[in-house]
Design a protein around this ligand. Sequence first.
Ligand code: SF4
Ligand code: SF4
Length: 258
Amino acid sequence: MSADAKPTLAVWKFASCDGCQLSLLDCEDELLGLAGEVEIAYFVEARRATVEGPYDLSLVEGSITTAHDAERIREVRRQSRRLVTIGACATAGGIQALKNFADVGDFVSAVYASPEYISTLETSTPISAHVPVDYELHGCPINKRQLLEVITAFLHGRRPSIASTSVCMECKRRGNVCVMVAHGTPCLGPVTHAGCGALCPSYDRGCYGCFGPMETPNTVSLTRQLKVLGMGDPGVERVFRTFNVEAFEGARAADAGT
Ligand code: SF4
Ligand code: SF4
């Protein structure tokens, strides 16, 4: 990169709903400022023109669900000086990783009129299962302020300043009354990564874990509490099996020592 050239940013999509890319577009005013600092070289959801790599920073949305995607992410990694994964799909395989715990053939024949045209892997896996990743930003979708912090940090060559605590800490900062203690509402906040600003508990709803497990979750204790609140085994299984199913199943297995 020449002294006066701007760093280049690329945004890539794999198996996903586009919601995390929309979080970047949703930055609006900040995006204008960002456009002054970086060259948005590849972002097909935002602009038609593309600039060839290599790229200084790649943001990757989505999980790997096809053999072609597994090839493509290796090429993206080769083209990227830094690679950051954004969202539950890219960091944990997303809700599509439910197929990792079932027969993918059953899903394909239930969903598609002509299943013979569908070519898919049996699993949905995070990007980090295929290539080295420099940073993982959690959420479904990601929080736009956290996204801007990550981009700014990488442009300035520092680690992003993002708390690895739980949603409970964000509730305390907002002065929320605990929905689980005060109202008996099942809530995954104690084991979920912070980042949303305790959005759901602020509206008297339990957290359903869209930011995935925090660094040191205690899913055994939370499961015990969910059962105290009257949730049976099928309910507990379901509550952990949403957007971050693969990550929560991994955390539960680690907590149980299996
Ligand atoms: S993490 Fe959620 S919002 Fe982001 S692409 Fe995946 S499904 Fe969409
Ligand atoms: S409270 Fe939980 S489910 Fe609600 S937005 Fe935050 S992390 Fe997601």
